[in-house]
Design a binder for this molecule. Structure first.
Ligand SMILES: [Fe+2]
Ligand SMILES: [Fe+2]
Length: 353
């Protein structure tokens, strides 16, 4: 560890030396120095930041009148309404857990400016996602207390949320540090729990369910917002994978067989939580979807995530929803913004009194 890279605990810095690229590290570097981007070391973090900014959107840009009309009509079955409600219930509060984990737990320990720049952008995107659910509940005139309390009242949502909240709690412990081997390993558990499991597995059944309505040209306002969220989450997942893999490279002693076994166990447990959730959303099957298809899909998704952090695949299931990859790969210019109505203010258009 170089002199420039000593962990700080609030002491004064040696300001006589400029930052060198080789002094930058993702963890265990300066925690309260300025976020000095130049020279960039982790180009991927900056790229993800630029991608996030290029995808900017606001929920209130999405027209909801067709959804409101359909929701008020008798054209939706009770089972279809249940799928929509349970998904709003999970996402309306789940998004904020990711934001909390960034701001309260991991930001402090990620000691690299370009990665922090991305985390600041991501935290705002999570706020936008929470805003989207507030907007949907308000537009449809739903009982907000019911939707926003599902994480307490629906077992499978409670299970998923408690699973990730325990990971935030561990890093929030005042005695937590990444300066020990165990600390680095717990930090990796947190990152896998949030980026790979929460944003990479727990969100995906919901994406399939809501986008299935959208494919039938129903609830298209909610569907469009889910498309934007899915596109953002794809970048979040990609950043998380790069972050985890680079922390592994920089701290190879932490990537023990025991940790790898633990992470596979966590992902297998998460798959069961997600299957239970699909069952509670689809007790009778709707839209050609049923809980068995979700078992296959969640297992398929979990294998793809395992591969990306170099852990052994577990299930070898097929993808029953190949159209989901097309949805994810949808380029921005290809109709993605066709219903977009708002232009952002920029410096040239602001009018000052
Ligand atoms: Fe999100
Ligand atoms: Fe996210």
């Amino acid at each position: 560890m170089s002199a420039c890279c000593t962990p700080d605990r609030g002491g004064m810095y040696d300001l006589s030396q400029r930052i060198r690229v080789e002094d930058k590290r993702l963890i265990n570097c300066k925690a309260v120095d300025v976020n000095q981007l130049w020279p960039l070391k982790y180009a991927w973090a900056w790229e993800h930041y630029l991608n996030g900014c290029a995808n900017h959107w606001m929920p209130t840009e999405v027209p909801m009148h067709k959804d409101i009309e359909l929701w008020r009509s008798n054209a939706l079955t009770p089972d279809e309404r249940l799928v929509i409600m349970r998904n709003l219930g999970f996402f309306s509060t789940g998004e904020s857990l990711v934001g909390n984990n960034i701001v309260l737990a991991i930001f402090k320990h990620i000691t690299n400016p370009e990665a922090r720049q991305y985390l600041l952008r991501q935290a705002f995107e999570e706020a936008i996602h929470t805003h989207a659910f507030h907007y949907i509940v308000e537009s449809l005139g739903l009982d907000g207390r019911e939707v926003f309390n599902m994480y307490r009242e629906v077992d499978s949502i409670k299970g998923k949320d408690e699973f990730v909240m325990s990971l935030t709690e561990r890093v929030l412990d005042p005695d937590f540090t990444t300066e020990t081997l165990e600390g680095i390993q717990d930090f990796i558990r947190n990152l896998v729990g949030f980026y790979v499991i929460m944003e990479g597995i727990f969100f995906y059944s919901g994406f399939v369910m809501i986008l299935s309505f959208h494919r039938q040209n129903r609830m298209t306002g909610i569907g469009e917002q889910f498309q934007y969220i899915l596109r953002d989450e794809t970048v979040h997942l990609n950043f998380g994978i790069d972050l985890i893999n680079t922390i592994k490279e920089e701290n190879p002693e932490a990537w023990t067989e025991e940790l790898r076994r633990d992470l596979v166990g966590m992902i297998r447990q998460a798959v069961e939580y997600e299957i239970a959730y699909a069952r509670e959303c689809l007790p009778n099957g709707v839209l050609g979807l049923n809980a068995d298809l979700f078992r296959e899909y969640v297992q398929y998704i979990a294998d793809r995530r395992l591969e990306r952090i170099e852990l052994p695949v577990q299930y070898r299931s097929r993808n029953p929803f190949p159209w989901m990859s097309e949805t994810m790969d949808l380029p921005k210019e290809k109709n993605f913004f066709e219903t977009r109505v708002t232009e952002y203010q920029n410096a040239g258009t602001l009018v000052w009194d």
